[in-house]
Design a protein around this ligand. Structure first.
Ligand code: SAM
Length: 312
């Protein structure tokens, strides 16, 4: 992450801050609007730079957190659909180490900027529009892309990802009720096609949160001075909320349960909201008399598997 941050600061020096700030404001409005885009939201190099400056650290953090939930699969190649300025490729490198990433996107300026940011990396960059052939890879991903597509486009993207992935598909969306809904639809398609949901769900059943709540997680992102300025923010960090599904072509062992909210602490009692196959989602009380398990519960964080090793 420090390397990505330094690389971003480097390319940002070339663009007048006022133009980047103006573009950030427009992009924030358009992304918050959440409607499928008729034309690319990133229109030129300034937009691509603005996107990289204000969103890439956060999307990188969310994608890396999602990738971190995959079991070891020996992944050596990666294709990122709608990969923009390359957050997914950076995350794959950070989580999986030696992996060949190819970033596909419809906006040449985003690819060009991504290539500059990742000058020291050997990522490949390819202009691509949804529906055009996707090269096969062990891992195929798409992050924050379904949100820009209409229903037909989302179906096409999930189908293309599944068809091109030899081992795993990971899809990441904003951690909003709408983002969760899009992930849920994709999850259903993957399960219907015989794929195995590896994370975050500890089961292949219908999601127990439907209609009541939405499954999402948070990735902590430290803000650089520039990042703070662009977002008019004073806090030194932000929590990027995201929803995701990681699915594998072959079955892999699932977590027994997953913590789906910040744990609540009271004296001598930790309450965890845990998604489990039998009870779907519900509170789990871990009192002090549980000894080592209670200690583990005090350390548990939103998004963790529960129970952790060595209690499984
Ligand atoms: C919000 S950005 C996400 C970029 C990157 N995946 C990330 O997480 O930072 C969405 C990206 O999807 C790309 N995209 C949207 N619709 C597309 C389409 N029909 N074909 C190819 N790329 C598309 C956009 O050009 C943009 O780069």
């Amino acid at each position: 992450m420090p390397e990505l941050r330094e690389a971003l600061d480097e390319v940002l020096r070339d663009v007048p801050p006022a133009r980047v700030a103006e573009s950030v404001r427009r992009l924030i409005t358009e992304y918050r609007g959440g409607a499928p885009a008729d034309e690319p939201l990133l229109r030129d190099m300034v937009d691509a730079t603005a996107y990289a400056a204000y969103r890439m650290p956060a999307t990188h953090a969310a994608i890396a957190a999602a990738f971190g939930q995959l079991p070891p699969l020996g992944l050596s190649s990666h294709v990122d659909l709608g990969g923009g300025t390359g957050a997914g490729a950076w995350a794959a490198r950070d989580v999986f180490g030696r992996i060949e990433s190819t970033v596909l996107d419809q906006v040449p300026e985003a690819l060009r900027l991504g290539r500059r940011i990742a000058a020291a990396e050997s990522f490949a960059w390819q202009e691509w529009r949804l529906g055009e052939p996707v090269p096969e890879a062990d891992l195929v991903t798409a992050s924050y892309v379904l949100t820009e597509l209409d229903e037909q486009g989302r179906a096409t993207l999930v189908e293309q990802a599944r068809a091109a992935a030899r081992k795993a598909v990971v899809l990441v969306e904003p951690g909003t009720p709408q983002g969760y809904r899009r992930i849920l639809d994709a999850r259903e398609v993957l399960i219907a096609a015989g794929w195995h949901v590896a994370a975050p769900c500890p089961h292949q059943l219908a999601c127990g949160m439907q209609g009541r709540d939405w499954c999402h997680f948070a990735a902590r992102v430290n803000r650089s001075a520039l990042h703070r300025r662009l977002k008019d923010a004073s806090l030194g960090y932000e929590d990027e909320k995201y929803s995701f599904v990681a699915a594998t072509r072959e079955p892999v062992p699932n977590a027994v349960g997953r913590v789906v909210r910040h744990p609540a602490f009271r004296k001598g009692l930790v309450t965890l909201q845990v998604c489990r196959p039998a009870t779907t989602v519900g509170p789990l009380l871990v009192p002090k008399r549980e000894g080592p398990l209670y200690k583990a519960a005090r350390d548990a964080e939103w998004g963790d598997q529960w129970p952790p090793h060595p209690f499984v």
